[in-house]
Write a protein that binds this ligand. Structure first.
Ligand code: WTA
Length: 638
């Protein structure tokens, strides 16, 4: 069977069935359509017990050849990348496929000149500027492993990531524009590198023209190096399909963030396949994903997915509320955006500005809307549908994770039905199931709700799944494959209806989802505990109207703490310094004790209920070491 774009619900069902019954033939048909330097002979080998997943293992390729070179014969002069700057009065920059190809080769040469070798890790800490996309692709072109760090992370977070990846090269910029603020980036890198003396070179792009310190012998300017190179011709490095393409750090329920590793072949196939199927991208359309390239959504649906498909992708430097809350709609009108992909938190925050901002703004170019990152509530879904889509654009609610590389469960725009707050059906190749605490599959429909409920697992590999956690394969096993035998565990809970549609309810582990950002409670607690005035802390999430979840911290302070307001401020500053402002607590309650079991375990279940305001259903507290603590905490709840 020749691979074709899914074109109806029946076609979806047929393709889904084939992907389950004959996965190797199914994926072979799709993978064959790419450019391989050497064709693979094996499609898949896998083992979830001792996690080892290999797709197209003996094939050789380069993802940038597929993103760029492959399109040149027929698309050289077509737009590949559109850059909308933070300040709407500044010039829009566009790159055709030929121009982007040339820029990527030029910067590849810069990297080669600095001694970057295939397999070396390169840390990229930049704002949303076109050079970020160029840097990412240049790494991929020469076979270096990029590790992009979101521009909002602190120096300490960068240090941790650079050490973990042993990244000897860093690419950054002087500063980034964000609304009416200028965010320094190079100074943060300077701080981060105080503890990373193995870093050889830092390449610095001038963007905001902010003064920076350049360290002799280590720091070099992007522009100067590019000028030295001129017009370069760098052929794509030949990569094995299973060679790492990138590392992206993400939070888990324990310890420090882990480096999720994606590989060249499988990720390529998955990013392209999901982009085309989910959004039903049509030739010449402009795709606007509002995520930051510092997160997986930006990797897969700003850079790789659209470029692999030969699409036009838009990068936006700024924020949705600058210069006013109609900025997204201005961008849609100005550039004739066809596909808009954003997060529920952005929708909820824009809802607070009312519908006046839509007046006089023409959104008729829109064909498809998407959401990602967290469960979308029905109110936000309907608002998006009515005001942005004018009830004329399918909304794809795409559930997936950093670890999955691309969309896993979603309706397909205009092809399979959408349903408010439901991610709906798994993509071909994805075999989800719901299990109970013990790992037994739940198939029984609950008479009251009409749904099956359970923890969401996947029982068969897909090309874009993570292969390991960098430097610590065992952690990959314990995080994803040890909870339930022979299953990949997502960390999410979900409902399924009798038709096989999924509704994701959110994390069931100690990971918070704050404005669509993944934050581990343990990470925040560790940061809070670093403060001299703190004895112990416990962090939980609670429902937040705009952010989805807010962070509630219960903190025991030392006896000498008198000024409570001051210490609360200090605690948030500590979090900002150690993780980044995105992890600041929304609420801090100073307590004299925490509810603990006799064996000393903090009863998070009770704290969660208190934070959520569910005071009637705290459950049995008699087994606690000191039940009185709960009363006190409830009384002084913030
Ligand atoms: C959540 C982002 C409900 C989920 C791509 C997942 C969602 C975590 C959805 C991954 C959705 C993502 N509906 N929940 N459509 N999409 N999530 O790694 O809890 O930053 O486990 O990847 O976001 O977040 P991550």
């Amino acid at each position: 069977m020749k691979f074709h774009r899914i074109n109806s619900l029946e076609d979806y069902k047929a393709q889904y069935q084939r992907s389950v019954e004959n996965p190797e033939a199914f994926w072979d048909d799709i993978a064959k359509t790419f450019t391989w330097q050497k064709p693979y002979t094996k499609v898949l080998q896998w083992d979830f017990q001792h996690p080892s997943i290999q797709w197209f293992a003996d094939g050789e390729l380069n993802i940038t050849e597929n993103c760029l070179d492959r399109h040149l014969p027929h698309k050289a002069n077509q737009t590949a990348l559109v850059f909308e700057p933070n300040d709407p009065s500044q010039k829009v920059r566009t790159y055709t496929y030929a121009e982007l190809h040339q820029e990527v080769m030029n910067f590849s040469q810069v990297l080669l000149n600095q001694g970057v070798l295939k397999g070396d890790r390169v840390c990229i800490y930049m704002g949303m500027v076109p050079e970020l996309t160029i840097a990412v692709l240049a790494c991929a072109r020469i076979g270096a492993i990029h590790s992009v760090i979101f521009g909002g992370f602190s120096a300490q977070s960068i240090t941790d990531r650079i050490i973990d990846a042993q990244a000897e090269f860093v690419i950054t910029q002087d500063a980034a524009y964000r609304g009416n603020k200028i965010i320094p980036l190079k100074p943060v890198i300077d701080d981060a590198l105080l503890k990373c003396d193995f870093v050889q070179k830092v390449i610095v792009l001038t963007h905001a023209k902010e003064p920076v310190n350049m360290l002799k012998g280590r720091d070099i300017w992007w522009e100067e190096e590019m000028e030295l190179v001129g017009k370069a011709n760098v052929p794509p490095a030949i990569m094995n399909a299973e060679d790492p393409l990138f590392i992206l750090y993400t939070s888990g329920s324990t310890g420090k963030p882990k480096g999720v590793v994606h590989t060249c072949g499988g990720y390529m196939v998955w990013a392209n396949y999901t982009f085309e199927q989910v959004f039903q991208y049509q030739e010449n359309e402009l795709h606007f994903c509002t995520a930051d390239i510092g997160w997986i959504t930006g990797h897969s649906y700003i850079v790789y997915g659209p470029l692999l498909a030969g699409a036009k992708t838009l990068m936006f430097e700024g924020i949705p509320t600058y210069p006013d809350a109609g900025r997204f709609w201005d961008i849609v009108e100005k550039h004739n955006v066809n596909i808009l992909y954003t997060a529920p938190t952005a929708i909820r925050s824009l809802m607070t500005f009312g519908t006046g901002v839509f007046e006089g703004r023409d959104l008729s170019s829109l064909r498809v809307l998407g959401t990602v990152g967290e469960p979308i509530n029905e109110e936000a879904w309907n608002w998006y549908d009515e005001n942005v889509g004018k009830k004329n654009c399918p909304i794809v609610d795409t559930w997936w994770q950093t670890e999955t590389g691309g969309v896993m469960i979603s309706n397909l725009a205009g092809i399979t039905p959408s349903r408010p707050a439901w991610a709906t059906l798994p993509l071909p190749g994805i075999q989800p199931l719901l299990v109970d605490e013990k790992g037994i599959e739940n198939t029984e429909i609950n008479a009251e709700t009409g749904f099956v409920h359970g923890n969401l697992c996947i029982k068969f590999p897909w090309p874009g799944m993570l292969r390991t956690t960098y430097g610590d394969h065992h952690r990959c096993y314990t995080n994803y494959f040890a909870t339930y035998e022979n299953l990949y565990f997502t960390g999410d809970g979900a409902y399924r209806d009798s038709e096989g549609n999924y509704r994701i309810t959110g994390r069931v582990d100690d990971v918070l989802n704050v404005s669509g950002h993944r934050i581990g409670t343990a990470e925040v607690e560790n940061a809070i505990n670093m403060h001299v005035g703190v004895v112990e802390s416990a962090v939980v999430g609670y429902p937040h109207d705009i952010k989805g979840q807010g962070i509630y911290a219960f903190v025991i302070c030392t006896d000498h703490t008198h000024d409570k307001d001051l210490i609360k401020r200090d605690i948030n500053e500590t979090i900002s310094r150690l993780i980044g402002p995105i992890a600041k607590a929304d609420k801090i309650q100073i307590v004299s004790g925490l509810p603990k079991t006799r064996s000393g375990k903090i009863m998070r279940r009770i704290l969660r209920k208190i934070a959520e305001g569910e005071l009637q259903s705290l459950g049995d507290t008699s087994t606690l070491l000191d039940p009185g603590v709960v009363e006190e905490i409830v009384k002084f709840r913030v």
